[in-house]
Design a protein around this ligand. Structure first.
Ligand code: TYD
Length: 226
């Protein structure tokens, strides 16, 4: 089977991973690779609907509080659709897939943040995602304090500009985020071959450089070039 290369980006809100994903995609394309990018939740028509339910803090005004297990199941419904519609077809075509968040986010946010436990998330991943694992996960883990500061500033700006408060999660308190941070550290320790952790608070350019080095050293020679 011709197979591409599956890279996920992980980290707290405000860790800078979305910026780095875009930069990596541009670099890979300039190097002649074919790249597909997506984010979770979202990325498919179904996923975009699920995203607006999950992230819009106004959802709770109409739907009532979302139960943690319902939140987990919706994250996985979104993921199953993205795997079926985008990720597997792209990998089968030999493409590099860059995904902004994946199951590690569910383990960190629902498993640890909402305290559902890792085992439940991993079982769900086995059954709903056929245990499809990324080849490489880039975990951006600058200090908790700087991530929280950036995430809250961004959310405030979005609220002022658009009148929407997209992210229910960013209203959570520091203890919620501390649990997530610790869970990411545990995932990286459990799976050091898959997960490359970038801890420094370096500049966007320096972190981008580190990411390019890691990816260049790991990318199989046969990864598709356009
Ligand atoms: P998003 O606006 O994409 O934030 P970021 O740019 O920080 O990734 O929002 C995604 C939010 O959804 C983020 O707060 C993490 C949360 N999330 C989960 O709780 N579980 C999951 O499985 C996924 C994919 C995301």
């Amino acid at each position: 089977m011709s197979r591409g290369y599956f890279i996920t980006f992980e980290g707290l809100d405000g860790s800078g991973k979305t910026t780095q994903l875009r930069r990596l995609a541009a670099w890979l394309e300039a190097e002649g690779h074919t790249v597909v990018t997506l984010r979770q939740p979202g990325g498919t028509a179904l996923g975009d609907r699920v995203r607006s339910i999950l992230l819009d803090s106004r959802s709770e005004a109409t739907l009532g509080p979302i139960a943690p297990l319902a939140e987990m199941a919706l994250m996985f419904a979104d993921r199953a659709q993205a795997i079926h519609e985008i990720i597997l077809p792209a990998l089968d075509a030999g493409t590099i897939v860059l995904c902004d968040r994946y199951t590690d986010s569910s383990e960190a946010y629902q498993g640890a943040g909402r305290e559902l436990g890792s085992e439940r998330i991993l079982a769900m991943h086995r059954s709903v995602c056929d245990n499809l694992q990324p080849d490489l996960t880039l975990l951006l883990l600058p200090s908790l304090e700087s991530s929280l500061y950036r995430a809250r500033r961004r959310n405030q700006r979005a609220t002022q500009q658009k009148g929407t408060d997209e992210n229910r999660f960013e209203r959570e308190g520091d203890t919620f985020y501390r649990r997530i941070y610790t869970a990411y550290e545990a995932i990286a320790a459990r799976d050091p071959h898959r997960v490359a952790t970038i801890r420094d608070d370096a500049s966007i350019e320096q972190i981008g450089e580190r990411i390019r080095e890691i990816v260049a050293s790991r990318l199989p020679a046969q990864a598709a070039r356009a």
